[in-house]
Write a protein that binds this ligand. Structure first.
Ligand SMILES: [Zn+2]
Length: 843
């Protein structure tokens, strides 16, 4: 990747002052082979100061021609992605002809060959500053323009764009001009796509995926379209402004880095969301949430766009908050807020307690590189939780009135946080700016600790935030269970005066999870939790309790063994798939693999396997009698199919080397006894576990790949090969990961296979090498791969002081790229927490 400049805020302000971009015509030629595509852009724009100069953003592999107002310019003037323009007129026409390179990292125009059938697919991801890798532009969010896109593609391809498209001659596609949109939202998806088309409320709808996934998309099309319709109906009730674009296509694309991208009328989503294998209903719920998240962006992000990247969070937090709200209120997934509590919020809590944390709304984001680093659990999960607090405080009506006034005032334009706060303040008559100063301009999580009948309200940064929560008081039932005695509102001011939460067998602040806080119970209530967590009625309240246990482990306040005791006692009876999945994943990923000392790990892993086996037994045959007494509030049937699937995955993943015969039997029989039958995902999971223990090898991997020659099959094979307990296999994986050209997805799979806590001795030398080879590899492959190498690629299981020191030394290297540095800082924080937890376990 060649060096390109990052746009600074000051430069963006200056260019905005100077230019008025009116129309952009983009013409792409996708018939030039597999390496490059043709890109011709014609930009018509005004200049407020005739005679002045500026520059154009373009990152081509070859710049063929630049013509400004009929004057041919020297293409060699291009420097680091910027082309200087001088002597601008009041009205200008600029033509740029270039060859652009396809990418394999999900940035710019990604090109993918489907191993299932050899077909090629391409899609753009212009987000942040990758647009100029596709077409020349004045690439900043507040220079909106009307885009007309034309594409020449192989004749058998379908092309999807922002506006309604039509094929005007074989292989030639033209798209309707867009309303004014930002350059980072322009999108094209192309290939021999499989499409499902529908219509709702006058809006043409499309679902698209690669051909090899056609049957799977068809199987889910009704569900996806129903959620889309429910989303539109909800948003059309909530917003005064109707859906502002001419069509709504959702394209499921391969090797996508994010969950999805909100290109107006041409949303791209990772095609893992086209399920090939059995999934739980909570996984379907997550997909529904992503679908309505992107829809929220059509208003918030696309119709009204942030002026500069410092308000990126405003897009994401708003979409995230609306997504959970719409999913819970308007789709069949009424338990979506439990998913938010159990899974999504932990992303925000973790991010907010690391050294890299930042305010939800940073006051300064100096350039695009910094903006990219802020695209994290703070912008999504904490921001959404903060908005939920704001709604609890303002009331729904005032919140929506303010949002609507804001959207009306800035439709097809740009706005800032201050614009939104003023609209909310006017609609509610409240001091919204004061609230924002406390919640959005600070960092850190407040802790509410109940001691001596009081709530002590503290925070790591010394700044307290006001909270509007509830407290649940739970009492014993005659049968020995727990029931809600009463639930009372709790308003905690930001002055640290605390509150009296009342007393009960179990007193639980934030029991409805309206807050973004850490909760520490009084000793009596914690005793009740240890004996009776599973008997607490309502999924959300149990999610808050499991969350409290989780962050006590991360904070070094609860020993790993005690957490695992809680899991062993209360997870086998748990009915919420959200909670079983989240708790198993933390118990395995952090507690057993990192925090338990190596000598205790086999027993801890076996304990977790026992929990999975209990869950599995519970879902055998008919529903059982005598489940924990959950009072009157929570009598819904658990999702047995989902629970069983999570238990099976857990049981496979925790298999030690004494259980490989059992796994082989399942693989041979093609089913887990009593079900489910093995689908491709379960087969790869089983084979991976066998490979980890050396109980399967290359012949089995090759046979599995022959049976499933898909892209996920290739990822499964890469994961299995990297997991083999053999120095040659490890070295091959290492070379591919750090010195090869793996795509983003294959790199992830390889890294996941590479590090196995069971193979600590074999991997010892590589954990040292990691820190010397990370920097050069991250620099060579760019930010998306740097994130892979520092996330799943980081050996966090090696939780020792030696690894901590090696990571610190690596961070001292001034040449480390921004993305690698940020990833390393975050993993080092997790590593330090693991080291501290191990010390606590060792007493
Ligand atoms: Zn988003």
């Amino acid at each position: 990747m060649s060096e390109t400049s990052v746009l600074t805020r000051a430069e963006a302000v200056e260019r905005h002052r100077l230019l008025d971009v009116r129309t952009v015509h983009v013409d792409l030629d996708l018939t030039l082979g597999r390496e490059v595509f043709g890109s011709t852009t014609v930009i018509r724009f005004g200049c407020t100061t005739p005679g002045a100069g500026t520059y154009l953003d373009v990152k081509p592999s070859g710049l063929r021609r630049v013509v400004l107002n009929g004057r041919e310019l020297d293409a060699a003037a291009l420097r680091a992605g910027r082309f200087p323009l001088t002597g601008l007129a009041a009205d200008n026409e600029l033509t740029v002809e270039a060859d652009m390179a396809y990418s394999h990292t999900g940035e710019g125009m990604h090109r993918f060959t489907d191993p299932a059938d050899g077909e090629d697919y391409v899609y753009t991801q212009a987000f942040l500053d990758d647009g100029p890798r596709v077409f020349a532009s004045f690439d900043q969010p507040d220079l909106k323009a009307r885009y007309t896109v034309c594409v020449t593609a192989p004749q058998q391809w379908t092309v999807v764009g922002n506006g309604v498209g039509r094929q005007v001659s074989p292989g030639r596609w033209e798209f309707a001009p867009t309303p004014p949109i930002s350059s980072y939202l322009v999108a094209v998806v192309a290939g021999p796509l499989h499409s499902v088309r529908a219509e709702h409320d006058g809006i043409p709808l499309g679902l698209h995926c690669r051909r090899s996934l056609a049957a799977h998309l068809d199987a889910d099309a009704a569900e996806l379209l129903e959620i889309t319709r429910q989303g539109f109906d909800h948003y059309h009730r909530a917003f005064r402004h109707r859906f502002p674009f001419d069509s709504y296509d959702q394209c499921f694309v391969p090797e996508f880095n994010a969950g999805a991208m909100e290109n107006p009328g041409c949303v791209t989503l990772r095609d893992d969301y086209v399920f090939r294998s059995a999934v739980t209903d909570t996984e379907r719920e997550h997909r529904a949430m992503v679908v309505v998240h992107e829809m929220a962006h059509m208003w918030f992000g696309d119709l009204v766009t942030m002026t500069w990247w410092d308000d990126l969070w405003l897009n994401e937090s708003f979409a995230e908050y609306m997504a959970y709200r719409v999913t819970a209120a308007s789709t069949r997934f009424t338990g979506a807020w439990t998913g938010f509590a159990a899974n999504r919020k932990t992303w925000g809590y973790d991010a907010d307690q690391r050294p890299s944390t930042h305010p939800v709304a940073p006051t300064t984001v100096e350039d695009t590189a910094q903006a990219l680093q802020n695209f994290d659990g703070i912008s999504y999960a904490k921001g959404a939780a903060a908005l939920r607090q704001l709604v609890a405080w303002l009331g729904e009506e005032a919140f929506l009135a303010g949002v609507n006034d804001h959207v009306d005032a800035h439709a097809f334009g740009n706005a800032t946080l201050d614009d939104l706060l003023r609209a909310l303040a006017a609609a509610s008559g409240r001091d919204v700016h004061g609230w924002a100063d406390r919640w959005l301009r600070t960092t850190g999580v407040d802790t509410l600790r109940v001691t001596d009948g009081r709530i002590a309200h503290t925070s790591a940064d010394g700044v307290l935030r006001p909270h509007r929560l509830t407290v649940g008081h739970y009492r014993r039932t005659a049968g020995g269970g727990l029931e809600l005695a009463d639930r009372v509102p709790l308003d905690l001011p930001a002055d640290g005066s605390g509150a009296r939460p009342g007393t009960a067998e179990l007193t639980l602040p934030n029991d409805t999870d309206l807050g973004f806080v850490k909760v520490r119970l009084d000793p009596g209530s914690w005793r009740t939790v240890r004996s009776s967590l599973g008997a607490v009625p309502e999924d959300l309240a149990r999610a808050v309790l499991w969350g409290s246990a989780r962050d006590q482990v991360l904070d070094g306040e609860l020993a790993p063994g005690e957490y695992l005791e809680l899991v062993a006692a209360h997870l086998p009876g748990e009915s919420s798939v959200h909670l079983v999945d989240a708790v198993l994943s933390f118990a395995r990923g952090f507690v057993v693999d990192c925090a338990v000392p190596p000598a205790g790990r086999p027993a801890a892993l076996a304990g977790l396997a026992g929990v999975c086996r209990s869950l599995l037994r519970r879902t055998d045959g008919e529903p059982e009698r005598g489940e924990p007494d959950r009072g009157e509030q929570d009598r819904s049937e658990p999702d047995r199919t989902g629970l069983r699937l999570v238990a099976v995955r857990g049981l496979i993943g925790t298999a030690d080397d004494t259980r490989t015969a059992e796994l082989r039997d399942w693989l041979a029989a093609g089913t887990v006894p009593g079900g489910p039958e093995l689908d491709p995902d379960l087969r790869w999971l089983l084979l991976l576990r066998l490979c980890v223990h050396g109980a399967a090898g290359e012949p089995e991997i090759a046979a599995a790949l022959a049976a499933d020659p898909s892209s996920t099959g290739e990822e499964g094979a890469a994961r299995c090969r990297a997991a083999l307990p053999d120095p040659g296999a490890k070295e091959a994986a290492w070379q591919a990961l750090f010195h090869g050209e793996l795509s983003n997805y294959l790199a992830s799979a390889t890294a996941e296979g590479l590090w196995q806590p069971e193979q600590a001795d074999l991997l010892d030398e590589l954990t040292v090498r990691y820190f010397t080879e990370l920097g050069p590899a991250a620099a060579r492959r760019g930010p998306a791969l740097a994130r892979v190498l520092t996330a799943v690629g980081f050996p966090v299981f090696a939780a020792t002081e030696r690894t901590v020191r090696a990571a610190e030394a690596c961070l001292a290297d001034p040449d480390l790229t921004a993305a690698a540095r940020r990833g390393l800082v975050d993993r080092l924080d997790t590593l330090r927490r693991a080291v501290r937890a191990r010390a606590l376990a060792e007493g």
